[in-house]
Write a protein that binds this ligand. Sequence first.
Ligand SMILES: Cc1cc2nc3c(=O)[nH]c(=O)nc-3n(C[C@H](O)[C@H](O)[C@H](O)COP(=O)(O)OP(=O)(O)OC[C@H]3O[C@@H](n4cnc5c(N)ncnc54)[C@H](O)[C@@H]3O)c2cc1C
Length: 493
Amino acid sequence: MRDGPDIVIIGSGIGGGTMAAALAASGRRIVILERGERLADCPEARDDRAIFERGHFRPDESWFTPEGEAFNPGNYYYVGGNSKLYGAVLLRYRAEDFRPIRHLGGTTPGWPISYDDLEPWYQAAEELYGVHGDAGQDPTEPRHSARYPFQPVPDEPGIAAVRARLKAAGVTPSSLPLGIDLDGWLKRAATPWDAFPDTTGAKSDAESVGIASALRHPNVTLETGALVTRLEAEADGRIAAVLYRQGGSEKRLAPKLVILSAGAVNSAVLLLRSGVANRSDQVGRNFMNHNCSAVLAVSPFRRNTAVYQKTLTINDFYLTGGAGGTPLGNIQLLGKVSGPILAAAGGVPRPAANWLAGHAVDFYAMSEDLPDPLSRVTIQGDRIVFDWRRSNWEAHEALVAKVKAVLRRAGFPLVLSKPFDRRTPSHQCGTAKMGTDPETSVLDIFCRAHDHPNLFVVDASFLPTSAAVNPALTIAAQALRTGDHITRRDLAA
Ligand SMILES: Cc1cc2nc3c(=O)[nH]c(=O)nc-3n(C[C@H](O)[C@H](O)[C@H](O)COP(=O)(O)OP(=O)(O)OC[C@H]3O[C@@H](n4cnc5c(N)ncnc54)[C@H](O)[C@@H]3O)c2cc1C
């Protein structure tokens, strides 16, 4: 008789948390190993200076450029992972994103599954994460088999006026699909939620949704402060053991099935350190992160009194708009940027930052980053080496130019922009891509490692393309699809 768990899930982010929720009802003994702790409520949780100036929630960790320069990444280690701080935008990829698309910077490879394969799981993920939205507003919205569970989060009055001005300027704003209980969020403090950690359960993150739902089952346990250091494979390819460090002790579990969900960078690092799943030499490669800029639309004559702001998106340039009809990307509102946030991010002196923030409506322009085997995460001893090679930058520049022109037409005489750099790997993905050919991909179409029958990698690393929408809902949808596959075939028996 074995007395170990049937399934070990490594990481409790959107990938791991949703997998736990999907597998919990199977009755299999599941242990979730999470290196972080639960993020407890504290004054800093709603303090813009603590978050953005002092980096209170950032990890005590450096990643390195290939030239050896250290930087502190905004990659968060808590129960719930990066979703604790995420903007709760839960957008589907567009149907076109699953097929090869010609971009200014090259052609995407397309997915090994279609939008129709994932659609029922998008629907299930929207129900699990309680998404507020309206699929009828955005012309690029793909087919939905049912409505969003909740009505869209309302625009604040000033943002409703901006929506009207954007329409008059010739674009089609639509409501952002969001996983947020607005009243619950604002009850704790009147702040935005984008990049603010949730300590209330009002944000639909992986802790308050996926992990909470899984832990209602007595067969699921969560171990925090449990840093997985290695996977051990047997000669026949099966993963025999998961090694981890907890409370100063070295520990080991020997489950039947391993689900690796440590995030795109850390899953690749663990696979590389363990020397597993890499027959294709693709582990760590094809790192993508979106090309993103903050775009501030400033009107000296109008104050922006919005608290949360983040309720609309524009996809007029998502599928076309570039030279030769190429796609440019998505535009959405950011959480309201304050003076301290602007001063911390832009090096703007505080009085100027306060004035600018008070008169700006803050947008986020996001363009697709294309897979490139040379864009990669590697290890050098204990170091994580991060060689992100941006692609398709010309599309992003064209998108920023388009949005600036629209915002000027919408009555903002001053429009400023600033790109995000490698210290913000928020939309990291692609380091263990799925595909049908074991020679050129790491995972099959259900995220099972081609080289190891009892290893699944379910987090942002499986994404074959980054599209130009926020990744969390697509990770959650594929996790539910994979969970169903494992349960139906009883792969943890
Ligand atoms: C500020 C911010 C805003 C964002 N806004 C949005 C948004 O609005 N919409 C959206 O779709 N996406 C957004 N994102 C991105 C989104 O949060 C991520 O795409 C998503 O959470 C990734 O989930 P994941 O499961 O791949 O990885 P993670 O969230 O990184 O989860 C991995 C988990 O594994 C744990 N872990 C790592 N290594 C180990 C180890 N060795 N042993 C044990 N545990 C380990 C980590 O602590 C973490 O809990 C945002 C991200 C940030 C940072």
